[in-house]
Design a protein around this ligand. Structure first.
Ligand code: ZN
Length: 333
């Protein structure tokens, strides 16, 4: 039987100062994803940034009726419907209300940790890493939660012994050197304000080549993405690699162009991965951020992925699991 794992990097943005638009998109995506997971009864690992557990800031809703109308829906396919949905979903918009929505949700989600303030762990000291986990544990403890799964900010895996000391069971590993990382530069400050901005022509050239090959895969390749093998590390932690870099990261214009040509590229690749997991009794693991969903078509494609998962599960070919489920299974073998 195949296994599919979904992990969500539950944050509003990995920039230090996200724009209002980014935050709104992430808040909306968060609630919309919860609804989709609930409709299809698919549990996921939600690795939440610790500070959201204490955030009581309400977003400005001075114009309730036209709250999202202008800029925030400009890229959505059906603005009227999206505005209505957003108004419905945006009753309360503090970090705490997002956590409440997550905890009230029916599927048995695994609420994990994504650090407290999202630093790059490869650029902080062991003491800082420990302080991050202490702060996250305190914030989550107020909600009666004890996280057992961890996703590194920027996928920068480091200080694993600190995680192990803190009682974590598992963390998400990258597939290979650099896979899934935004950029592999260990000597940068942990809170670079332009975390995603270019550093050099060389980096851009590499990035462009990656996108071209991604676009090629999306349009013509029939090659399924990698299945993953959890591994028990010397720290005792279970490393659970991801099968793909973040879904929905192909730039929107390219994504839309491919979608028009032969359907949603993300949906196609993920379904190939699910089929491969079923065929090989393997594990297929995907991840993304709530704010990655830019147009209504992105949500629709994710919904059809979940429909496919639910169908194959119904057939008895596939199970859905969280990172903690996979770690427990690995440790009990
Ligand atoms: Zn993150």
């Amino acid at each position: 039987m195949g296994t599919v794992v979904v992990s969500v990097d539950a944050e509003l943005s990995n920039h230090r100062q996200p724009s209002e638009r980014e935050k709104r998109r992430a808040r909306y995506g968060w609630r919309r994803l919860l609804e989709l997971f609930e409709t299809h009864d698919v549990p996921a690992t939600w690795a939440v940034v610790g500070r959201l557990f204490t955030d009581t800031t309400e977003m400005d809703d001075r114009a309730p009726g036209s709250w999202f109308t202008a800029e925030a829906t400009a890229t959505f396919d059906d603005p009227a419907r999206v505005v209505a949905e957003r108004n419905r979903l945006s009753r309360s918009l503090s970090g705490r209300s997002l956590i409440e929505a997550l905890l009230d949700s029916d599927p048995d989600h695994d609420v994990g940790c994504h650090s407290y303030s999202h630093p790059r762990f490869s650029n902080i000291t062991r003491a800082q890493a420990d302080a991050e986990l202490t702060a996250a544990a305190a914030a989550m403890g107020e909600w009666g939660l004890e996280p057992r799964s961890f996703v590194y900010p920027f996928n920068a895996v480091d200080h694993r012994d600190v995680l192990a000391d803190r009682g974590y069971l598992c963390y998400r590993e990258t597939l290979g050197p650099g896979a899934g990382q935004e950029r592999p530069t260990p000597d940068r400050p942990p809170y670079h304000p332009l975390e995603l901005a270019p550093e050099s022509v060389k980096w851009w050239a590499g990035w462009a080549l990656d996108r071209v090959s991604e676009a090629y895969d999306a349009v013509v390749s029939e090659e399924p993405p990698a299945l993953v093998e959890p591994e028990i590390q010397d720290t005792g932690l279970v490393a659970i690699p991801a099968s793909l870099p973040q879904l929905y990261r192909m730039p929107l214009p390219a994504r839309q162009a491919v979608r028009r040509m032969r359907g949603c590229p993300v949906e196609r690749i993920v379904k190939l991965g699910i089929d491969a997991a079923i065929e090989n009794d393997g594990i297929f693991h995907v991840w993304f951020h709530p704010g990655d969903f830019e147009v209504e078509g992105d949500f629709q494609s994710f919904e059809s992925i979940l429909e496919y998962v639910a169908e194959r599960r119904e057939d008895g070919d596939l199970r859905t699991a969280t990172m903690v489920d996979v770690a427990e299974r690995t440790l009990n073998f």
